[in-house]
Design a protein around this ligand. Structure first.
Ligand code: AR6
Length: 178
C-alpha cells in the first residue's frame, strides 16, 4: 500500500509534550496510570485531567488494562493538543519477535486518531526507551507502518525524537523508504 500524497511524514527533534497537534500519542503501559519517559512527561505537562480520564477508562472498558498493541483516546488536558492517544508498546525481547505488536501500536493509534477526525498526529519512538527496543529496528517498524497506514483525515504524522541518535535513525529509514 502506498501513502496517499496528502499525508506528510515529518521528523522533529524535541519533546513531544511541546508539540501543537491534534493528537499526541503516549507510549503508555497497560495500567494507563502513568509511568516514566514520554508517559511521565505527558501526565506532568498535561495535568490531572488526563489521569482522571485514564482512571475512568480503567473503571469502565479497560478493567484489566489496555492490551499491548491497542490504543485508546483521552482528553489532552492542558497540552496544546485535542487528544492524547495512549498505546502500549511491547517490551523488547531477543527471544521472541514482537514486531507485529509494535506495528499494531502505530496502526491502532492512527485508526483512533482518524476516527476522532485528527489532522496532525505526533508519535514518539514507541518502545525504544524503558521497553528496550533497538532504535534502528523501532524506527524501521514505525516509518514503514505509518507510510502504509496513514490516511485522511490525517494530513501530517510527526515523529518527535528526543535525542540525536533517534533522529538520525528515523532520518535514514525515512530517506530509504519515503
Ligand atoms: N518527548 C519525546 N520523546 C521522548 C520523551 C519526550 N518527552 N521522553 C522520552 N522520549 P519511553 P517505552 C523518548 O521510555 O520504551 C513508561 O514508564 C525516549 O528517549 O517513554 O515505550 C510507560 O509508563 C525513547 O526513545 O517509552 C511504560 O511503562 C522513546 O521516547 C514504559 O515507559 C520511548 O521511551 C514504556 O516504555
Amino acid at each position: 500500500m502506498s501513502t496517499p500524497e496528502a499525508v506528510r511524514v515529518t521528523l522533529v527533534r524535541g519533546d513531544i509534550t511541546q508539540q501543537s497537534v491534534d493528537v499526541v500519542v503516549n507510549a503508555a503501559n497497560s495500567s494507563l496510570l502513568g509511568g516514566g519517559g514520554v508517559d511521565g512527561a505527558i501526565h506532568r505537562q498535561g495535568g490531572p485531567e488526563i489521569l482522571a480520564a485514564c482512571r475512568e477508562l480503567r473503571a469502565s472498558h479497560y478493567g484489566k488494562g489496555l492490551p499491548t498493541g491497542k490504543a485508546v483516546a483521552t482528553t489532552a488536558g492542558s497540552l496544546d493538543a485535542r487528544w492524547v492517544v495512549h498505546t502500549v508498546g511491547p517490551v523488547w525481547s531477543s527471544a521472541e519477535d514482537r514486531s507485529a505488536l509494535l506495528a499494531s501500536c502505530y496502526r491502532e493509534s492512527l485508526r483512533v486518531a482518524a476516527e476522532l477526525g485528527a489532522r496532525t498526529v505526533a508519535f514518539p519512538a514507541i518502545s525504544t526507551g524503558i521497553y528496550g527496543w533497538p532504535m534502528d529496528d523501532g524506527a524501521r517498524i514505525a516509518v514503514r507502518t505509518v507510510l502504509a497506514e496513514a490516511a485522511a483525515p490525517v494530513e501530517e504524522v510527526r515523529f518527535v525524537l528526543f535525542d540525536a541518535h533517534a533522529f538520525v535513525e528515523f532520518e535514514e529509514v525515512l530517506a530509504a523508504q519515503g
